[in-house]
Design a protein around this ligand. Structure first.
Ligand code: DI6
Ligand code: FE
Length: 420
């Protein structure tokens, strides 16, 4: 009796051709190749170059002849708060009637109202909504994303949100990096006792880590949240577990958070509207990525622009992310963020696109495997129906069609769940 023969011993080879490539390698603008080809074996890219240089013996099990357009690495959303209950449309109304984000937060609204809604929601509801949001990002080309906790603010509820974040990746096939943001706001049961809460967070962290729920640790360093000294204690606990850190820093005021995070070798500092020169230099020295969040800048009608020229001059890599969250950035459109990064923050379209690919990968500690089309990296690809990717930053709100591959496989249903 002979065993059934099958081909799974050899990994599946896939070839993409018939499109321009924006490989996003840093050696030339957009890493551009006019008429390119990409080969993958299984989940990994094995060859990238001009189609005319394709090795003669390059055979493929599956061939995608793209018929024009541009192939790019998958977009990477390096800062999201995707797991939460409820929404804050009412708060949006209040702000339009004159209340400020800070006033609402101090009055127990804001983040705390989302904490109450998140604690009250079932796992199924939280998971269903988070997966919907991740699919909306996927429909605009996002193949990898960070998901923060930060709306549970108790041992049990933070672990629940981190576990659901992991499940989102399993459900959509996207690469998910989880970040524990328990130091986001003070939960009501610790009212008036922020240092006790920070102690509790430091005690909870090893348990979440032991369950494999944490890829990085974040905090909100701000006058309405936690002080640099409190954040430093959380970072020390993270370091003891070997976990990388990152920080919401200098969003509403300059509290020196970025320099503190840089001292802990932070992967990224995020927001940064009020970043000082000293903060820029500290980030440059530490190799920390600046994650700029034009959605929150826009939605809070911030007027102070992050110091983009100083970041550029110091050679700090700049990433762009949605910051999707119910309070300050309820967008699920990475393409709109590309546009806003250009119009509001004055990045070039290429800088913005690098900020959602190459530099976003670095911000998540995924720089070696994601964010560029090169041999050895993961075959997360997006085919866009445009002549040049600068159109993606230019035509705001238009959503040109795209096809997405995750590790060389076509992404499942990428229909926009919020469009008809
Ligand atoms: N900064 C932000 O913009 C979000 N979190 C943070 O630390 C806002 C979160 C919210 O308002 O729910
Ligand atoms: Fe955020």
């Amino acid at each position: 009796m002979s065993l059934p023969t099958h081909t799974s011993h050899r990994t599946r080879r896939t070839l993409w051709r018939g499109a321009a490539l924006a490989t996003m390698t840093p050696d030339r603008p957009w890493g551009w190749i006019d008429d390119g080809a990409v080969l993958a074996e299984g989940e990994r890219i094995t060859w990238v170059g001009p189609a005319r240089d394709l090795p003669a013996d390059a055979t493929a099990d599956v061939e995608h002849d793209l018929g024009g357009g541009v192939l790019t690495p998958g977009l990477i959303d390096a800062h999201t708060h995707l797991v939460y209950g409820g929404h804050r449309a009412r708060e949006f109304e209040l702000r339009l009637q004159g209340a400020s984000y800070e006033q609402i937060a101090r009055a127990g609204g804001g983040i705390r109202s989302t904490v109450a809604a998140t604690r009250a929601a079932s796992d199924d509801t939280l998971r269903h909504r988070a997966v919907q949001r991740a699919r909306a990002l996927l429909a605009e080309g996002v193949t990898a994303l960070e998901i923060k906790s930060g709306y549970g603010l108790s041992d049990v509820d933070e672990a629940r949100c981190l576990r659901i974040a992991r499940e989102v990746g399993a459900a959509t096939g996207q690469t998910v990096r989880t970040t524990a943001l328990a130091a986001h706001a003070l939960p009501p049961e610790f009212e008036g006792r922020p240092d006790d809460y920070i102690d509790a967070v430091c005690q909870w962290l090893p348990g979440w880590h032991a369950q494999g729920l944490v890829d990085a640790v974040d905090g909100f360093c701000e006058s309405i949240a936690f002080t640099p000294a409190q954040i430093a204690r959380v970072f020390t606990a993270a370091r003891a577990l070997g976990l990388p850190v990152k920080l919401h820093a200098e969003q509403l005021s300059d509290s020196g958070g970025a320099a503190l995070a840089a001292r802990f070798g932070a992967l990224s500092c995020d927001h940064l509207e009020y970043l000082s020169d000293a903060g820029v230099q500290a980030m440059a020295a530490a190799g920390t990525v600046a994650v700029l969040l034009p959605g929150a800048f826009y939605f809070l009608r911030e007027t102070r622009v992050p110091p983009v020229d100083a970041l550029r001059a110091a050679g700090v890599p700049i990433a762009i992310a949605t910051d999707h969250n119910p309070g300050s950035s309820p967008t699920l459109s990475p393409l709109l963020m590309l546009n806003m990064a250009c119009t509001l923050l004055r990045l070039t379209p290429e800088e913005a696109f690098a900020g959602m690919t190459r530099h976003a990968a670095t911000a998540l500690g995924l720089g070696a495997r994601h964010g560029q089309l090169t041999p050895g990296r993961r075959a997360d690809l997006v085919h866009w129906a445009v002549d040049h990717p600068n159109e993606l930053a230019y035509a705001f709100g238009q959503r040109p069609g795209c096809r997405v591959w995750l590790g060389g496989q076509p992404a499942g249903d990428t229909h926009h769940p919020y469009s008809a």
